[in-house]
Design a protein around this ligand. Structure first.
Ligand code: FAD
Length: 534
């Protein structure tokens, strides 16, 4: 069968498997197989791909940078349009607007391109993340506490629509699509071929401040940071990372205690070194000042921070990831969070507490759920036999946190769903999808249970304790619907392949307890529901 398009790989043809899977960052690449993959040459190629899909009755999935943890770009059947060639970058001095293709990597490519022009943009912390998925879902980037979600700095988008037209959406034309492009993520009803980005003057100074503490000091650290957070300058970005990598700051003569330690890692962008030092001095006199294992403060650069991020997020590894916003006080958050942190058991697995503390209402855009603190956990391992174990663990332990919604970027709705849009915005997005994509050409959110999409995981008033209670320590779990969702090729977990912590989690119970309204016998398997969001 010839379809006459360069870069088109039909299932079964040579090159198909590489085109299907090689650009998915997560080595845990699901067994979902599109009918064909089109590596589009440019925006015109994208439009041709959309028309081809229409003519063949294919649904369309999209890949830009390939960094979706859950591999949203991989769907069963239909056409995957890969945007890897859409990497042009331009900068207009007069307006300060940069125009960048969706497969541009925010840290590795856009940041140096802008820095050489004295400009900056809040790209993703890990330098290889593509701006396509990152911006559409919100974008938590460098200096975001100060300049907001990265999508707030999107001035316009060029979009291939469901009928194959190439249009521009901004506040004055096609403004509903522009609204959706800032937060809808994979629910966006079109393919963005270029982002027009407001840029910022580059800060001359980026400083970091990194303290190493024992895991046993976690409760005190959380108490302290929850107290300090409301007072912190917006340019100060505090993260507590529970990490097991051995190369952490240690004072002379101090030995790593082994296992997991806590890093209080803060960055700040300022116009002078003195200002940076002054802003960071608030960390000097905390309750743990005498208990540090190590401390380093000084100038850094996005490139150096990027190297650290890549070290923490190695390629070639398998990832199971989940996240939660929380407005809970430290006293309620600490017990389940410390339990999770104590159970980290691979060299690279880590979990972060990110002090976000929203200080203003969000602008009118699809993105609409955030909270005081962001918790995200990344189980990182290499053996496919450990997939089920780590997926069960990360989602059940995250469900046990006193959460209030999620950020799309660190979710996997095939295993655990929660609210990521306000109710009003879900309805508005559904109307926009119905208008721009009435036939459901574009694949929407990847979820095991369409009916539960955007449903709060926690019933109002529910406590974390109730969730933990459901998390019975039973050996041997019964496969649940989510197991079906990921396909059947998993060999089953090798006994003793990883340390046993958390191995006994029954995720079905944990998930069930946090989804009160889920219907008995709700659809198993990965479901895609075009033009309805749940
Ligand atoms: C190592 C690593 C570090 C990360 N760090 C951060 C971080 O610091 N901050 C943060 O916010 N997130 C972070 N993320 C999450 C990341 O931003 C999201 O996974 C994001 O979706 C990745 O975008 P992508 O284009 O690379 O991914 P892809 O997998 O290519 O895209 C994800 C989905 O977005 C949609 N999409 C992408 N591009 C387009 C387009 N042009 N038109 C229409 N739909 C499109 C499609 O549905 C696509 O399947 C990180 C992820 C990884 C793997």
């Amino acid at each position: 069968m010839r379809l006459g398009m360069d870069g088109l790989f039909l299932r079964g043809q040579e090159g198909y498997e590489e085109a299907r899977a090689d650009r998915v960052f997560n080595r845990r690449r699901p067994d979902r197989f599109p009918d064909a993959v089109l590596v589009a040459a440019d925006a015109a190629g994208v439009a041709a791909g959309v028309k081809l899909a229409r003519s063949r009755g294919w649904q369309v999935a999209v890949r830009a940078g390939g960094h979706s943890w859950a591999a949203w770009s991989l769907r069963d059947g239909g056409l995957l349009i890969d945007l890897q060639n859409l990497t042009t970058m331009a900068y207009e001095e007069e307006s300060g607007i940069a125009v960048a293709g969706p497969a541009v990597r925010g840290g590795a490519e856009l940041a140096p391109f802008l820095a050489s022009r004295g400009r900056s943009f809040p790209g993703g912390h890990c330098p290889t993340v593509g701006i396509g998925g990152f911006l559409l879902q919100g974008g938590q980037g460098w200096n975001s506490r100060s300049v907001g979600w990265a999508c707030e700095s999107v001035a316009a988008v060029d979009v291939v629509t469901a009928n194959g037209s190439l249009i521009t959406a901004d506040p004055h034309q096609n403004s509903d699509l522009y609204w959706a492009a800032r937060g809808a993520g994979p629910g966006f009803p079109g393919i963005v071929t270029a982002f027009h980005l407001r840029t910022y003057a580059a800060y001359p100074f980026l400083w970091h401040d990194t303290w190493t503490f024992r895991l046993d000091d976690g409760e005190t650290l959380l108490d302290w940071m929850h107290d300090l957070l409301p007072t912190l300058d917006r340019r100060v970005e505090p993260v507590i990372a529970a990490t097991r990598v051995p190369y952490v700051p240690l004072d002379p003569g101090v030995e790593h205690p082994g296992g997991t330690v806590l890093l209080l890692h803060t960055t700040v962008m300022t116009s002078s070194a003195d200002e940076a030092a002054a802003l960071l001095s608030v960390f000097d006199d905390g309750p743990l000042a005498g208990r540090r294992l190590g401390h380093v403060r000084g100038e850094t650069s996005l490139a150096e921070e990027g190297v650290a991020q890549e070290g923490q997020n190695p390629t070639g590894h398998r990832y199971a990831v989940d996240c939660a916003w929380t407005d809970a006080p430290a006293a309620a958050l600490a017990p389940p969070l410390l339990r999770l942190w104590r159970e980290l058991d691979t060299t690279h697995s880590f979990s972060i507490w990110y002090g976000w503390a929203p200080s203003r209402p969000l602008p009118d855009m699809a993105f609409s759920v955030e909270g005081n603190v962001y918790i995200a956990t990344y189980a990182i391992y290499e053996d496919p036999a450990d997939d089920e174990h780590y997926r069960d663990w990360v989602h059940s332990r995250t469900a046990a946190l006193p959460g209030a919604g999620v950020y799309l970027g660190d979710t996997d709705f095939t295993r655990r769903q929660d609210r990521f849009l306000s109710d009003a915005n879900v309805d508005r997005l559904a109307r926009i999808r119905a208008k721009w994509d009435p036939d459901g050409l574009f694949a929407s959110y990847l979820t095991a249970d369409v009916a539960a999409l955007n449903r709060p995981a926690r019933a109002p008033g529910a406590t974390a304790a109730a969730d933990v209670a459901g998390d019975a320590n039973r050996p041997g779990r019964t496969p649940g619907p989510a197991d079906v969702a990921e396909g059947s090729t998993r060999p089953g977990r090798t006994p003793g392949a990883a340390a046993g912590v958390g191995r006994d989690v029954d995720v079905d119970v944990a998930e069930g307890s946090t989804r009160p309204a889920r219907a008995q016998g709700a659809a198993a398997g990965v479901a895609e529901e075009p033009n309805r969001l749940g």
